[in-house]
Every structure is written in structure tokens, then in C-alpha cells.
Design a protein around this ligand. Structure first.
Ligand SMILES: [Zn+2]
Ligand SMILES: [Zn+2]
Length: 138
């Protein structure tokens, strides 16, 4: 393979990694996963959660097991089963009258999350934009 093309591909890949695959300073796990899954899609595993742990919270050795026990078997499921957008960010459900029929609009999660509210470095807790669905205890 042409050496310079390989180098270019590598630096291009590295640029992508810089953009969405590395946690920003103070960014929480949930906001990071939201961004990473948005950027690259979910691969059906916990690669971004694992990357976050390695880069930000290397001592959180039980993190992946904890996410799995909450139903988060891959990065996108974490954001459905283990953590959810905080209720105050959802639209409220409401009823509409239309041609004599009552239509119920269900509450919906936000289309896009606000900027991360920030967490202490080394924490695997979500910031206040998320609710943690993981049950405490053993
Ligand atoms: Zn997934
Ligand atoms: Zn956050």
C-alpha cells in the first residue's frame, strides 16, 4: 500500500476519534455515549462505555457489569435501559380534541440532549441531564 495514503487514512481516522470517540473534559458517561452513538452508531457492544472507563474512570472496574445488569448490553441500550434523559427535558404528554376525538400525545424524550452539565473526573455517574436507572445494592 502507498505509504502516504495509509498515513492520510490514519490521520483521518484519528481526526474522527478526536471528534466523537473521546470524552470531553468533565463530560459524563451518558452524554458521551449519546454523542458517540450519534456519531458512529452502536456496534452492539459496550465499546464506548469501555473506552470511557479506560480513559476517564479506570478504577470503575464493575462499570460494564453494572450497565449490563441494568439492561444496557450495548452502548445504545445503556441510554434506554440504564440511563434516560431527565424528566424535565421531556415534552409533556397532553390531550388534543380533534373532530370530536381525543388524541393523546405521549411525552417524548428530547430530540437532542443539551450540553453536558458535567461530572467530577473519574465518576461514572450521569450529569443532571439524565436519570440513572441502575438499581443500587448488590
Ligand atoms: Zn446498541
Ligand atoms: Zn452529561
Amino acid at each position: 500500500m502507498d505509504r502516504s495514503i495509509a498515513d492520510e487514512a490514519e490521520s483521518y481516522l484519528h481526526g474522527l476519534l478526536e471528534e466523537w470517540a473521546s470524552p470531553r473534559p468533565g463530560e459524563c458517561l451518558a452524554c458521551y455515549l449519546d454523542r458517540a452513538v450519534e456519531g458512529s452508531g452502536c456496534d452492539g457492544d459496550l465499546r464506548f462505555a469501555e473506552l470511557y472507563r479506560d480513559l476517564v474512570a479506570p478504577r470503575a472496574t464493575g462499570l460494564l457489569a453494572r450497565l449490563e445488569s441494568a439492561g444496557g448490553y450495548c452502548d445504545c441500550e445503556v441510554l434506554v435501559n440504564a440511563m434516560q434523559p431527565a424528566w424535565h427535558l421531556w415534552t409533556t404528554s397532553r390531550e388534543l380534541e380533534l373532530d370530536g376525538q381525543t388524541i393523546v400525545l405521549e411525552a417524548e424524550p428530547p430530540a437532542s440532549m443539551p450540553q453536558c452539565a458535567g461530572v467530577r473526573r473519574g465518576s461514572t455517574q450521569p450529569c443532571r441531564n439524565w436519570h440513572r436507572m441502575i438499581r443500587r445494592g448488590r
